[in-house]
Write a protein that binds this ligand. Structure first.
Ligand code: SDX
Length: 504
């Protein structure tokens, strides 16, 4: 650092001259990246009239709003080439895994780094299915939600709540390096939390679904696959020898696999940001679930269906496209921070949809979705902005055809994504050099130093408004909300259980 500009041309380095001071710096390039902290050495005296808050004399900061081009860690888990539309889990192309593997086998690959042998997979699967059962007390936790609570709010809360059952796996109680030691005992505790979180993710999701139907919870069955067990817990209503429809089970398993990981998306970054304080994994995964809940991220599949319903018939598509171009509407399910040609997952989802529609019948929104897709793909506005369908554009149609309620779609994203979040969590806990807390810098542009003003001398600045109160006839605020069980969506499940009653 701070060496004269003697780096030979062609060397793997940047030569930087700070024109404020005339000093030159040689910054090494490693794996096509430079270290932001190398710029901290580039300090300069504060210019006349420059704000002290710029901290100029303390060295340069690197600004990257929204993390458009900032690498915060080194990872071996998932590789995406957004221009080529490539997605690989631990080097294996997503297309091959979707065709040959299963969600649980892919989970093993993502978390431990290699495809399991038969016996390794058997142990992994048995552990996860064993840990899919939830403590009976948790039922009252689920029963405390309103009938119309969003299932992602229930799932997010349930993940954090469930973490309170495992004090022996809580670094806040057992010591902060509980998961970073990397020794046999520490790895065993880590594996058990991984089994618990993957196993319980489906059970919590099914409980979030059943509680809103006003239905009893279903104990995870034995003898079914991971995805089969999930569908069983969702839809079992006492039928003799009930087994989920195998075609729908396979389709959902492919969708789970496709959603398992996607490198440092918003929710995985949230999990890592939270994990960097060495909190327990249930709390970190709950934070990731909260991030995924948003309509810009995992909530997009739900937003796509709401968008298609608002458009209605295919003949309304041109008007909708015009509204998007006027920025009056957003084309949910299109666009991606990384994919600038196509999201490889969307092709596999589209193909899977045809398999599902053979069982459930085509969704009347499919025609509208296809018309919208074709119109957007041909329109200069979207082509110029490199907007193509992402994984969420078609997946909602499958979930809807399978009879899941719209607001349950992000839950179907969160359940498989627990695997990716855990893969990144484990990688961070075991990374060389240990875990450093993530604490980004800021560029402070607020008020400079000012003195306190006594209340009588203040001038009102626009502030928060009073919220309107609802008063009942007795003149006081009525806050009791009557709890009603939601009208059964029996007809919705019908499409999932159609043809599912087969003898064991
Ligand atoms: C997922 O990160 C991941 O990997 C996520 C994910 C995963 O597996 O974890 O792949 C899953 O979250 C997929 C994305 C689901 N979200 C949506 O479908 C919501 C709609 N999409 C957009 O909100 C948006 O495309 C994002 C959020 C996905 C990406 O936003 P960026 O990268 O910040 O891009 P941007 O907002 O800066 O947009 C660039 C331009 C802008 O136009 P200009 O202002 O430059 O003229 O494209 C426009 C945007 O207005 N644009 C859109 C659009 N998406 C971007 N215009 C209309 N409709 C859209 N959907």
């Amino acid at each position: 650092m701070g060496k004269p500009l003697d780096a030979p041309l062609g060397s793997n380095s940047l030569s930087v001259r700070d024109n404020r001071t005339g000093k030159s710096y040689s910054i090494p390039i490693v794996d096509n990246s430079i270290s932001a902290t190398d710029f901290k050495a580039m300090s300069a005296p504060r210019a006349p009239g420059e704000r002290e808050e710029n901290e100029t004399e303390k060295g340069l900061r690197v600004s990257d709003k929204g993390f458009l081009n900032t690498a915060v860690l080194r990872s071996e888990i998932t590789f995406i080439d957004g221009d080529a539309g490539v997605l690989r889990y631990r080097g294996y192309p997503i297309e091959q895994l979707a065709l040959e593997s299963s969600h649980l086998e892919t989970a093993y690959l993502l978390i431990y780094g290699s495809l399991p042998t038969k016996s390794q997979f058997q142990v992994f699967q048995d552990e996860i299915m064993h840990h899919s059962v939830i403590h009976a007390d948790a039922e009252q936790f689920f029963r405390s939600f309103r009938y119309d609570a969003h299932p992602m709010a229930i799932l997010t809360s349930a993940l954090a709540y469930l973490g309170s059952y495992y004090s022996q796996a809580n670094p806040s109680l057992q010591g902060q390096n509980l998961f970073t030691k990397g020794d046999k005992a520490s790895l065993a505790v880590m594996d058990k939390q991984i089994y618990r979180l993957i196993g319980k993710a489906t059970t919590l999701a099914a409980m979030a679904y059943r509680v809103r139907q006003g239905r009893e919870f279903v104990t995870p069955p034995t003898g079914l696959s991971y995805t089969g067990s999930f569908l069983y817990q969702m839809d079992y209503l006492g039928q003799e020898n009930y087994v989920p429809n195998p075609v729908l089970e396979k389709a959902l398993d492919v969708l789970f696999l496709l959603h398992a990981d996607h490198e440092l998306n918003a929710s995985a970054t949230t999990v890592l940001q939270t994990s960097s304080s060495l909190v327990d994994p249930f709390s970190a995964i709950a934070a990731g679930c909260a991030s995924l809940y948003g309509p810009l991220h995992g909530g997009a599949n739900e937003a796509v269906i709401r968008m298609l319903i608002s458009i209605g018939k295919p003949e309304n598509v041109p008007a909708f496209i015009e509204a998007v171009k006027k920025r009056e509407k957003v084309l949910s399910g299109f666009g991606h921070r990384v994919y600038k040609t196509s999201d490889p997952r969307s092709f596999i989802v589209r193909k899977t949809a045809d398999e599902v529609f053979k069982i459930t019948g085509k969704d009347e929104l499919l025609e509208t979705a296809m018309a919208l897709h074709d119109a957007a793909m041909k329109d200069e506005y979207f082509i110029k902005r490199k907007l193509a369908p992402n994984v969420d554009f078609w997946s909602g149609l499958i979930y809807r055809a399978m009879g899941f309620p719209n607001d349950f779609f992000p839950v179907l994203f969160a359940v498989p994504r627990v695997v990716g979040w855990l893969a990144h969590w484990r990688q961070m806990m075991l990374q060389t050099g240990g875990v450093k807390i993530w604490r980004p810098r800021q560029i402070y542009v607020g008020e400079t130093k000012r003195d306190y003003v006594p209340v009588d001398e203040r001038i009102a600045v626009v502030g928060p408004k009073k919220t309107p109160r609802r008063w009942n006839t007795l003149g006081f605020q009525s806050g009791r909300i009557l709890r009603r069980s939601r009208a059964s969506t029996q007809s919705c499940e019908f499409r999932r259980v159609a043809g599912a009653i087969v003898s064991r």
